[in-house]
Ligand binder design. Structure first.
Ligand SMILES: Cc1cc2nc3c(=O)[nH]c(=O)nc-3n(C[C@H](O)[C@H](O)[C@H](O)COP(=O)(O)O)c2cc1C
Length: 270
C-alpha cells in the first residue's frame, strides 16, 4: 500500500482527509497527465438521452442499488445529504404515479419509476448524525464547531422568522465592516433552493449511473406534485425535485436528435 494524499487545503472541515489507495486504484485515479477513464466518461455522458419508451427488460435490484449508491456520492453542501429516493414498485402505487405523470410514456413504459425528493427538515438531525458517524476519530474540534454552530446559524429561522431577521441584520453589518460573508438562509424558500440544488446533483448522478450500467432514464418534471406528494405520503418539508423513469431503451425510445446551443452562448471567461 502506498499512501497518496489527495487532501486539498480548504476551510471545509470535510476536506482534510487523506486516502489510502492501492497501486491498482492509483493507476485508475486520473491526473491531468493520466486520464484512463476519460473516454468511458465521455461515452456515458454523450450516450445519455432522455428516453421516452423503454422495453420490458427489468432493472435488476442490485443494479438499481448500485445506481442509487452512486447517486448519493454526489457532492452536497456540508455533506448534509438532504435527499430521498422513492422507488415506486407497488403495482397500485405505480399505476397512480404514472397517472400523476400525466400518463407520459417515459413513466408508463419505465421499468422503475423514482421520485427524487429534497428535504428541508433534515439539516439538524443530519448535522448531529455526521458528528456521530464521522469516520476520523477523534472528531476534530473545527468539525464539531462547524456542525453545531455554523450549520445551526445557517439554517435556523426561529419562531416568526425572528432569528432570520437578526441574521439578516448581522450579515449586512459584517459585509459592510469586514468584507465578503456568505449569506445564511433567511426563508423557507432559501432552504428549499439549497435542498433542491443538492438533490438535483444526485439525480444527475443517478441518471449517469443508469447509463453506465447500460440502462436509460428520463427526468420527468411534468407531473402533478400535490397528487404525487399525497400518493407518497410526503410532508411539507419533502419536495419532489423530479420523477425519473428508468429502464432499457426501446428502439423507438429516442424521440429527436440531440442538440444544444453553441457553448459560447453560455460560457463567460471573466
Ligand atoms: C428537470 C427536468 C424535467 C423534465 N421533464 C420532462 C418531462 O416531463 N417529460 C419529458 O418527456 N422529458 C422531460 N425532461 C427531459 C428533457 O426534455 C430533455 O432532457 C431535453 O429535451 C434534452 O434532451 P436530452 O436529455 O435527450 O439531451 C426533463 C428534463 C429535466 C432535466
Amino acid at each position: 500500500m502506498t499512501q497518496v494524499d489527495l487532501s486539498i487545503p480548504s476551510t471545509d472541515p470535510n476536506m482534510n482527509l487523506s486516502t489510502n489507495l492501492s497501486t491498482d486504484s492509483q493507476n485508475s485515479v486520473a491526473t491531468p497527465s493520466h486520464t484512463p477513464q476519460l473516454q468511458a466518461f465521455r461515452d456515458v455522458v454523450e450516450s445519455r438521452r432522455s428516453i421516452r419508451r423503454f422495453t420490458d427488460t427489468p432493472i435488476p435490484d442490485d443494479v438499481l442499488v448500485d445506481c442509487l449508491r452512486l447517486a448519493i456520492l454526489a457532492p452536497n453542501s456540508s455533506n448534509l445529504q438532504p435527499w430521498e429516493f422513492y422507488v415506486i414498485d407497488d403495482a397500485d402505487n405505480r399505476k397512480r404515479a404514472v397517472k400523476n405523470c400525466m400518463n407520459q410514456n417515459a413513466a408508463k413504459t419505465s421499468a422503475r419509476l423514482i421520485a427524487v425528493v429534497a428535504r428541508t427538515d433534515t439539516w439538524k438531525s443530519h448535522a448531529q448524525k455526521i458528528l456521530r458517524e464521522y469516520p476520523d476519530k477523534p472528531v476534530p474540534k473545527k468539525v464539531k464547531g462547524y456542525y453545531t454552530k455554523i450549520v445551526t446559524l445557517t439554517f435556523l429561522r426561529g419562531p416568526a422568522n425572528v432569528v432570520s431577521v437578526a441574521k439578516w441584520g448581522a450579515t449586512q453589518a459584517i459585509r459592510r465592516l469586514k468584507g465578503p460573508i456568505k449569506s445564511p438562509y433567511y426563508t423557507f424558500e432559501d432552504t428549499k433552493n439549497w435542498a433542491t440544488n443538492n438533490t438535483a446533483l444526485a439525480a444527475e448522478n443517478l441518471m449517469l449511473a443508469l447509463r453506465a450500467h447500460g440502462f436509460d432514464s428520463c427526468a420527468i418534471g411534468g407531473f402533478d406534485e400535490p397528487a404525487m406528494k399525497q400518493l407518497l405520503n410526503l410532508g411539507d418539508d419533502q419536495h419532489i425535485v423530479m420523477m425519473i423513469g428508468a429502464g432499457e431503451r426501446a428502439d423507438d425510445g429516442v424521440y429527436n436528435t440531440q442538440f444544444r446551443f453553441d457553448q459560447n452562448q453560455f460560457v463567460h471567461y471573466v
